[in-house]
Design a protein around this ligand. Structure first.
Ligand code: 13P
Length: 256
């Protein structure tokens, strides 16, 4: 398996110019130690330009959201993918459960955003995941299959050659409750299997991240699962020491 680890920080709606500068200077000091993995930060949109300037290149830049529109125009409050690319973003998160639950994004919207991201040259990080109720009613695979299937149907399996999938069980996000390594591996294997049913080569190359209360002390066990190729980190990405400890766990497991 030649998939590289990707450790991505989703800052969500957190940060300030001064707090970002402190966090980034601490990350930059250590980034050389993690040359075997990819490190990514996804700050709120207003900070993308200044964060991009401070990163200088070693750590990658991503956005948390984009418009589903593919051309500039009268869409007040929206951000076009090309604008994100112009600021140096390589990645953009789409379909995060907070956007699905709080801002009404359905599978069709998420699929349009995924396509819009790729049309702008951005790598979408497609988030999927079940609620606690869905897990407890044995609907996890049905939900993951539906969420991924909607994007595969709209964009084609070939699109996953340039996409990342993040499995984020909703019940593990910001709760301190983490999926066990077995639960994460099972979900990731299911997702990879869904892609493999259509294209084995693409399935084998697509990076699958786990997200949901990843911390320094559980990172190694999650990242050592065969089908876990990195993490999408919320709370722990806001503290340099915590984020770096997760990067160190990935680096230690990396073959690079
Ligand atoms: P936490 O790491 O804070 O649980 O958040 C996970 C997440 O939602 C990343 O996108």
């Amino acid at each position: 398996m030649s998939r590289r680890y990707l450790i991505a920080g989703n800052w969500k709606m957190n940060g300030s110019l001064s707090a970002n500068a402190v966090l980034l200077s601490e990350l930059s000091l250590k980034q050389d130690q993690y040359s075997g993995i990819d490190m990514l930060v996804c700050p709120p949109a207003p900070y993308l330009e200044s964060v991009g300037r401070q990163l200088g290149g070693g750590i990658l830049l991503g956005a948390q959201n984009l418009s589903d529109q593919t051309k500039a125009g009268a869409y007040t409050g929206e951000v076009l993918g090309e604008m994100l690319a112009e600021l140096g973003c390589r990645y953009v998160i789409v379909g995060h459960s907070e956007r699905r639950a709080l801002y009404g994004e359905d599978d069709a919207t998420v699929a349009r955003k995924f396509i819009a991201a790729q049309a702008s040259g951005l790598i979408p990080i497609l988030c999927v995941g079940e609620t606690l109720e869905e897990r407890e009613s044995d609907a996890t695979e049905a939900v993951l299959g539906r969420q991924l299937g909607a994007v595969v149907a709209a964009a084609g399996v070939g699109a996953f050659a340039k996409a990342v999938i993040a499995y984020e069980p909703v019940w593990a996000i910001g709760t301190g409750r983490t999926a066990t390594a077995e639960q994460a591996q099972a979900a990731h294997a299911f997702l990879r299997g869904q892609l493999a049913a259509q294209d084995a080569k693409i399935a084998n190359s697509t990076q699958l991240l786990y997200g949901g209360s990843v911390k320094a002390d559980n990172a190694a066990s999650l990242l050592s699962c065969d089908d876990v190729d990195g993490g999408l980190i919320g709370g722990a990405s806001l503290k340099a020491a915590d984020f770096l400890a997760i990067c160190a766990a990935a680096q230690a497991l990396s073959k690079n």
